[in-house]
Design a binder for this molecule. Structure first.
Ligand code: SER
Length: 589
């Protein structure tokens, strides 16, 4: 059975049992600040599980898009996914254990045709919060599941929820398919992950509401919440061990194979990560998430950047993420219209993110390798300091998790606690930096002039790139409306060179680089390669402003915190200032 047919069969079955079909909610939870994503079909239904009246009635069914990031590091094996579709049916104070189990049994054995002798079930073993679920076990037995294939397990296995920190939850009963392979040992059972048993469905009996203090209060309304992972069950029904072998990933893997010029990218860890992560990324962007540095935006960025890195491992050197996302949009756009509606936005965001990260990835990887290679071979504690990890984040946009993963591949770990310290310190420093008044050349310290000042640094970096390293600052003057920058250069800057400079500055702006400030000794600053004014007399200690991977300059500030806020940079005038010195006036629009 194909996934599309499974979706339809499931929904039709429950509609025949008087359930109303409801649409999939957004991946971004509307009313739950305790989680980043919609992680289960029940999630958008929490108010109704707690007793509010649902407009569609007390029996519901749907297919809900879900994202779970808890297992993100496992993705790449043959089973783990960050995005998946969950088939589910609900009773909102309507039927309870008896009918739920009867329908589950009927669906598995009659609709899906799974032989009863392949089925196992587990029920809650009981503890101080809730009794052993003999009731559920009795139902299964009544339907013909032999006693020796009904097992009782504790909270870790047979309790579900809440989805956030608080909310509806309860004991569950899980259904498993047994595969035709030897047990991995005497203790092998449904809870074992050797692959002999695969969970296919979960019926949760939601009778409790977990409170903020951790206690469980009985719910006034007893509900049923079930969840069946579409990808996993599709694979099982096709006799495959992995959803990457089903049609669900065929289009994406086919396209990746074309791009990477390899036959079977699905057979590699990297190939599976690329298609899995980009499918998730497309869905997130379809629901309005834009890559960034916090919360959902950061997860999205991590997914995209990890996919790009794995793409490199497959030998892909060109931009490729947008083309893969296109395949996901084409395949899922009908079932999930938000994807089709946002196709252009998804493409654009991916192109930008990829452009921004691709070159940094290369330089950052070189830097990373240098760092790792500099450790003497006999060192036992192979730890990358938080400061270095933060440096990789700040300069090359390496998410901490990416650095940790790269470190792991080389037998290193990352000191994450000190990374977070460095991150905090940096935030404080840039705040302090922004509060400092800048002495020379700056009329005031408004936000506007701070932005123009940051633009001046970008301009100088761009001029040095386009015209050469002989370019040095000869003077700077900033008003609220424009910057004026004088620099050493022997000839007029041609229109073409000006366009190149503009493009470089605007590129740095669109890559939203972080501006950081660090105090250090003058010698240290020069040794680090900070640009300084040769004629200037500096004190012993100086401030060094760094703009992502673009520029490093000794300077007093103040600056914008990020380049993304600057707007569009345009050169308004280029002229001679004095002999051997040119002058550029430029604006931010
Ligand atoms: N909420 C349960 C799960 O996610 C059943 O839908 O498994």
């Amino acid at each position: 059975m194909k996934a599309n047919q499974l979706r339809r069969t499931y929904i039709d079955f429950f509609r025949r049992h008087n359930h109303a079909e409801i649409g999939s909610a957004s991946l971004i939870p509307e009313n739950d600040p305790t989680v980043l994503f919609t992680t289960a079909g029940m999630h958008p239904l929490v108010p109704f599980l707690l007793g509010a009246k649902h407009p569609a009635g007390t029996r519901l069914v749907n297919c809900q898009k879900c994202v779970r990031t808890g297992d993100i590091d496992e993705v790449g094996d043959t089973t783990h996914l960050t995005f998946f579709e969950m088939l589910g049916n609900w009773s909102l104070g309507d039927y309870f254990k008896d009918e739920a189990i009867a329908m589950s049994y009927e669906f598995l054995t009659r609709e899906l045709g799974i032989p009863v002798q392949k089925l196992w079930v587990s029920c809650f073993a009981g503890d101080q919060d809730a009794p052993r679920d003999d009731e559920a076990a009795g139902m299964w037995k009544k339907h013909g599941i032999p006693e020796n294939r009904i097992v009782f397990l504790g909270k870790a296995q047979n309790w579900w929820g809440p989805a956030g920190q608080t909310g509806p939850c309860g004991p569950d009963t899980e259904m498993f398919v047994e595969f035709d392979q030897p047990a991995c040992g005497p203790d092998c059972g449904v809870a074992c992950n050797c692959g002999k048993f695969v969970e296919i469905w979960n019926d949760v009996f939601m009778q409790y509401n977990k409170q903020a203090d951790g206690s469980f209060a009985p719910l006034a309304q007893r509900n049923v919440d079930t969840g069946m992972g579409l990808e996993r069950v599709t694979a099982i029904l096709q006799g495959k061990r992995s959803c990457f072998e089903t049609e669900l990933f065929a289009g994406l893997l086919g396209k990746l194979g074309e791009i990477a010029k390899t036959d079977a990218p699905g057979a590699t860890r990297s190939g599976r990560i690329v298609v899995e992560h980009l499918r998730t990324a497309a869905f997130l962007m379809g629901d309005g998430v834009v890559p960034g540095n916090v919360d959902q935006a950061y997860v999205l960025r991590r997914l995209i950047r990890r996919a790009i890195r794995e793409g490199r491992k497959l030998g892909v050197t060109q931009a490729f993420t947008a083309d893969l996302a296109d395949v996901a949009v084409a395949e899922y756009g009908t079932a999930y219209p938000a994807l089709a509606q946002n196709r252009d936005q998804i493409r654009n965001l991916l192109q930008q993110e990829e452009e921004q990260f691709a070159s940094a990835l290369e330089r950052g990887t070189r830097e990373f390798n240098k760092l790792v290679d500099s450790f003497p071979a006999h060192v036992e504690r192979k730890v990358i300091s938080g400061r270095k990890a933060f440096y990789l984040y700040e300069t090359y946009g390496f998410p901490l998790e990416l650095t940790a993963e790269m470190a792991g591949e080389r037998g290193f770990t990352v000191d994450t606690a000190s990374y977070h310290d460095a991150y905090k310190k940096h935030q404080e420093l840039s705040r302090a930096g922004a509060e400092q008044k800048f002495k020379g050349g700056l009329a005031d310290a408004s936000e506007k002039t701070a932005k123009l000042h940051t633009a001046t640094h970008l301009l100088q970096a761009a001029l040095r790139k386009v015209l050469g390293d002989h370019v040095g600052q000869a003077g700077s003057n900033i008003t609220a409306d424009r910057l004026r920058f004088d620099f050493t250069h022997g000839a007029p800057v041609s229109k073409e060179e000006q366009a190149k400079v503009e493009a470089l500055v605007n590129d740095a702006i669109s890559r939203d680089q972080v501006v950081t400030c660090q105090e250090m000794a003058l010698d240290e600053a020069r040794a680090a390669g900070a640009i300084a004014l040769f004629s200037e007399r500096y004190g012993e200690r100086v401030k060094v402003f760094k703009i992502g991977d673009v520029s490093m300059e000794i300077c007093g500030g103040p600056h914008a915190e990020r380049t993304g806020t600057l707007g569009k940079f345009r050169i308004a005038k280029e002229e001679s200032s004095s002999r051997g010195v040119r002058r550029i006036k430029a604006v931010l629009e």
